[in-house]
Design a protein around this ligand. Structure first.
Ligand SMILES: Cc1cc2nc3c(=O)[nH]c(=O)nc-3n(C[C@H](O)[C@H](O)[C@H](O)COP(=O)(O)OP(=O)(O)OC[C@H]3O[C@@H](n4cnc5c(N)ncnc54)[C@H](O)[C@@H]3O)c2cc1C
Length: 336
């Protein structure tokens, strides 16, 4: 099979490495190679992602920047300390770049439509993330604006992960250490309240801003991101909603989505069903977040949903890299 992969983010780069050698694949990326960058806070779960990365022939431990022990969740009137079970930051840019080494990539090619452009290709993969450039527009699409600074300073105030959820759970502020006096400080918020806060942080701790990046994150779950297909176009990754809505966490799910795509190559309906099943819980989390944001959250009505999200996270502590306690979960869900 000849496959065109459009978008060289984590999903596209991983896919180029997961297709077996019996297939021919080429990548297309709208950014020129020198301007291309992986916009992200680079946080993930080491025990879980290591296996995925190994399947592509890489050693995840070579890219780890900081191994977390505890994460502080700042609720304003109380600080929760969450024990970490493998949450790390890693050099996502270097790993993604290494995954493209030796691959045929057309840099600086923005693909706007397939039309007659991909003759000779059997499939065109839409791995364009938020842009979803090749699949039909979504009728319901919730995207959270975000901004992030990569900072360097001798006066950084924290030595481990810190997050501060915004009232109404419209998003959160984060501090992710990158080691060696550097960190990602950023925020995603539906109400976009963060710029001042980030600038104040930079001033207060005498930070050099190495890079300012940002783009919205899609938190619409896969079940609302159909269709996954359009002619010979197939979506993978954030273009079809594989981001855990509570955390805006999309690295591992995008790679899992790629693996489902590879397992079901030539079986579109099988792929569709596998994606919907794998990410079904994202739909529940999305309903909870929407109810909070739209101020129609009722603990009584949503208790079964909350409990099932809790049990999902509790039984997937290795997947998310953090301990999930019912009391913490309850406080975060109900107090804000
Ligand atoms: C500020 C921020 C922080 C985040 N932090 C984390 C985190 O710490 N941990 C985590 O797990 N997730 C995080 N996420 C989410 C995660 O980064 C994404 O969900 C994940 O990268 C999605 O991967 P993707 O490959 O599907 O899309 P992307 O990584 O967005 O890649 C899409 C690629 O397609 C290219 N492209 C777009 N349109 C076209 C076109 N028409 N033609 C050609 N190329 C095109 C883009 O330039 C880009 O290179 C964060 C997101 C943001 C915005």
């Amino acid at each position: 099979m000849k496959v065109a992969v459009v978008g060289m983010g984590v999903a596209g780069a991983y896919l180029l490495n997961r297709l077996s050698s019996e297939h021919q694949a080429e990548g297309f990326e709208m950014k020129a190679e020198k301007n291309w960058y992986t916009v992200c806070a680079w946080g993930t779960s080491e025990p879980f992602i290591s296996d995925l990365v190994r399947q592509a022939g890489f050693r995840f431990e070579d890219y780890v920047l900081h191994r977390g022990k505890k994460m502080v969740v700042d609720l304003g009137d109380e600080q929760l300390e969450i024990n970490l079970r493998g949450l790390v930051t890693y050099d996502k840019h270097r790993l993604t770049h290494d995954m493209l080494e030796g691959k045929k990539v057309h840099w600086g090619e923005q693909v706007k439509a397939v039309n007659g452009n991909f003759e000779g290709f059997d499939l065109v993969v839409d791995a364009t993330g938020l842009h979803r450039s090749l699949l039909p527009k979504l009728s319901e699409d919730l995207v959270v604006p975000s901004l992030e600074y990569q900072v360097k300073s001798k006066e950084l105030p924290y030595d481990d992960f810190v997050i501060r959820p915004y009232p109404g759970l419209t998003g959160y502020w984060w501090y992710f250490p990158l080691g060696d006096g550097t960190a990602h400080v950023g925020a995603g918020d539906l109400k976009g309240r963060y710029r001042l806060e980030l600038d104040e942080f930079v001033k207060k701790y005498n930070c050099e801003v190495v890079r300012k990046i940002g783009r919205p994150v899609r938190v619409t779950p896969p079940r609302l991101c159909e269709p996954f297909f359009d002619g010979k176009v197939v979506g993978v990754g954030e273009s079809i909603g594989t981001v855990f809505p509570m955390l805006g966490e999309g690295i591992i799910p995008s790679m899992q989505c790629v693996n489902l795509f590879v397992e079901h190559l030539g079986d579109p309906e099988g792929y569709r069903r596998a994606v919907l099943e794998k990410f079904a819980v994202y739909g529940k989390v999305y309903e909870f977040i929407k109810a909070k944001v739209e101020d129609r959250f009722s603990l009584l009505r949503m208790w079964p949903t909350l409990l099932s999200i809790f049990w999902y996270m509790r039984s997937n502590e290795r997947r998310y890299g953090l301990e999930t306690r019912l009391t913490d979960f309850y406080k975060i869900a109900t107090r804000l």
